[in-house]
Design a protein around this ligand. Structure first.
Ligand code: IMP
Ligand code: MG
Length: 184
């Protein structure tokens, strides 16, 4: 489906994102002091959040990325999760913190938790910028959560619609003719 000429409404402003991420960073720094922390960004959506979050954590840490495909260019989860690019270092003995843009159905993150358990990290936790609890199919614990949002499709700050809009500095929603006609 081609992207319509969209009008975008701000859902969470850049200022609110930045203030909340500073809080999360302080919390994570307190919890992981003295521990070998590795942040694992789940691509692609988490790259903007991870870039800001890692700079809000005043600790020595390392960063890894994991490529995961759970959505095509659709707004609905297929339920199928595929690792398209793996970590570059073993996780054994490290304190792993998965960094997600959004937990929607929970299918992606629960799949990752299961597949990471066999890599024997010292601990495995989750930080997610957003959560849509009304869409849960597999319940999951979010240890560090930015914001809870209602069941609507959001874009920006790393989140895409058909691979676009990731570079918006805020989280927004698309308001367009097709959206009000039920296109989303
Ligand atoms: P889940 O497996 O249903 O929890 O979906 C996780 C992934 O779906 C996220 O990491 C996003 O890439 C994508 N996703 C879910 N909801 C949205 C949304 O509202 N906007 C953009 N991407 C979304
Ligand atoms: Mg996506």
């Amino acid at each position: 489906m081609p992207v319509p000429d969209p009008q975008i409404e701000v859902v969470i402003s850049a200022e609110k994102l930045s203030a909340r991420i500073r809080e999360l960073g302080r919390e994570i720094a307190r919890d992981y002091t003295g521990k070998d922390l590795v942040l694992i960004g789940v691509l692609k959506g988490s790259f903007v959040f991870l870039a800001d979050l890692c700079r809000a954590i005043d600790l020595p840490l390392s960063v890894e990325f994991l490529g995961v495909a759970s959505y095509g260019d659709e707004t609905q989860s297929s339920g199928a999760v595929q690792i398209t690019s793996d970590l570059t270092r073993p996780l054994e003995g490290k304190h792993a913190l998965l960094v997600e843009d959004i937990v929607d159905t929970g299918l992606t993150i629960e799949y990752l938790r299961e597949s990471f358990a066999s890599r024997h990290p010292a601990s495995l936790k989750l930080a997610s910028l957003l959560h849509k609890p009304s869409r849960t199919k597999r319940p999951t614990t979010i240890d560090y959560l930015g914001f809870t949002i209602p069941d609507e499709f959001v874009i920006g700050y790393g989140l895409d619609y058909a691979q676009k809009f990731r570079n918006l500095p805020y989280v927004g929603r698309i308001v367009s003719k097709s959206a009000s006609a039920g296109g989303f």
